[in-house]
Design a protein around this ligand. Structure first.
Ligand code: URA
Length: 483
């Protein structure tokens, strides 16, 4: 039997440190038997277990070590259990900015990037960390495009209580979201915006690593979250990125501290890639706007583009669109941009871009425009049992109820019912009288209407005193506008 090389043998230690670049066939056989391999002829032989151990013990990893792990994992040489152990070591030990940058670069390098040469306008991407009733992209992308920038966007599907832009778009008959990267760029050049599902070729490393993190309780790590989200944004080569970082019980980040930490790390990472990143921290302790559910949110987005949106949603969209244009054109005056955004929502400029965009991606808006939308088979009215001022609408509970009605996706494999959801008649700050309708539940399911009505009422807190409504934008971070 051949003697094994271990990480602690003389040859092993030399291999680990990259001191042995050229080895004999016998040494190679021994090395491979002990789990060593190398990424390419110019890099040293390494073993995943040694890298995991070094991270576990709090050392800063070199770029070849991180590239070795990511490339090896995507290529199948590093097994799930080693990648999971590595992610857990990162959860405990964290990563330096340099390590996070390398991880992000390695993930991007695992797939294709989208060049935007020849778009002819400043380019900006927008990402939301997800929330309940979050239809912001449907409004801010055409709004920002109507203000002169181009918005090429790869979006995701909803999971759990948070909705996804792609599901909302699929509630428009004919709407294609499976654009090739070339089609995405063409649509953006012609219309000023495009929204598509990421092809399998964009950051495949993140897809594989995120699924593993999800199953191994390793999602909650700032460097892993930042590199995961930003790798997908940086792979599309926009000049600027605006992150709508939701904060509150219905969001991924439940506290302001978590949201700020993410925002600062994302901005710093963007800078290392030469991109301008701005973060808008926004409230997700209550649902955004009056609707939750895919088709219902599309209708609300169109109403907003017609100048008839709910005040919280209009305020959020105006700010995010202004920040998108500012990020793409840093010399602009932000107050003038806010005024311009307000104007484009009123004068139909943003709606015209929206209509051209939907048409360009094969969508048919005629049913929505003509009031012929096919709603869910059951519409259940919920009335208030007592009077008061709406002081809270609990976003997380609303998200869960919308899922029960069929609007959400329990697992990645499950289908969503595009017509299911909730339309609120009231929002935080409104006065409610006993017996007044406060919401309509839309569903195709057979559940007990009384139980659902009670659940809806439980999401709405009433107070005896009038309630001051907080602006949905909590803070803007990045560039000169930081506050
Ligand atoms: N969303 C992502 O895409 N990645 C994370 O790590 C967390 C949330």
């Amino acid at each position: 039997m051949l003697p094994r090389i271990t990480g602690t043998s003389v040859v092993g230690r030399s291999l680990q440190r990259g001191l042995v670049m050229s080895i004999s066939p016998t040494q190679r056989m021994l090395a491979e038997g002990a789990g060593f391999w190398r990424l390419n002829a110019t890099l040293p032989l390494m073993r995943a277990v040694d890298i995991i151990e070094r991270k576990r013990d709090g050392h800063e990893l070199g770029s070849e070590e991180i590239e070795f792990l990511v490339t090896g994992y995507v290529g199948g040489q590093v097994p799930d259990y080693q990648m999971a152990a590595f992610c857990m070591a990162v959860v405990w030990q964290g990563m330096t900015s340099a390590e996070t940058e390398t991880l992000t670069r390695a993930m991007i390098a695992s797939g294709e990037t989208v060049s935007l040469d020849g778009i002819g306008r400043p380019t900006v991407d927008k990402h939301s960390t997800g929330g309940v009733g979050d239809k912001t992209t449907l409004v801010v992308a055409p709004l920002a495009a109507s203000m002169g920038v181009a918005v090429p966007k790869l979006s995701g599907r909803g999971l759990g209580h948070t909705g996804g832009t792609l599901d909302k778009l699929e509630s428009i008959p004919g709407m294609r979201i499976d654009l090739s990267l070339a089609e995405l760029v063409r649509c953006c050049r012609e219309v000023g915006m495009a929204v598509a599902s990421p092809t399998a070729d964009v950051v495949p490393a993140d897809r594989k690593i995120y699924a593993l993190r999800d199953a191994t309780a390793t999602v909650r790590s700032l460097p892993l979250i930042v590199s995961s989200i930003m790798s997908k944004k940086l792979a599309v080569e926009t000049e600027a990125i605006v992150l709508d970082v939701k904060v509150g019980e219905g969001a991924f980040f439940t506290t302001l501290d978590q949201a700020r930490a993410f925002a600062n790390a994302a901005i710093a990472l963007g800078e290392r890639f030469g991109r301008r990143v701005r973060c808008v921290l926004t409230a997700m302790d209550r649902p955004l706007g009056r609707t939750v559910g895919n088709l219902l949110e599309v209708e609300e987005a169109i109403a907003t583009l017609r100048g008839d949106g709910p005040p919280d949603f209009v305020a959020l969209c105006t700010e995010v669109a202004a920040q998108m244009v500012l990020a793409a054109q840093p010399a602009s005056d932000v107050d003038a941009l806010r005024r311009n955004a307000t104007e484009k929502l009123k004068d139909g400029g943003a709606l015209a871009v929206f209509e051209r965009w939907v048409l360009a991606q094969g969508g048919d808006l005629s049913a929505v425009v003509d009031g012929r939308v096919a709603y869910a088979s059951r519409q259940l009215e919920v009335v208030a049992k007592r009077s008061g001022h709406v002081s809270r609408v609990h976003a997380l509970a609303v998200g869960h109820l919308a899922m029960e009605l069929g609007a959400g996706r329990e697992t990645k494999e499950s289908d969503v019912d595009h017509t299911a959801g909730i339309v609120f008649d009231v929002q935080v700050g409104d006065r409610v009288e006993a017996g007044q309708r406060i919401a309509v539940l839309h569903t195709n399911r057979d559940g007990d209407a009384a139980i659902w009505a009670d659940a809806l009422r439980d999401t709405v807190e009433l107070s005896a005193e009038p309630v001051l409504v907080a602006h949905p934008v909590i803070a803007v971070i990045g560039g000169a506008e930081t506050n």
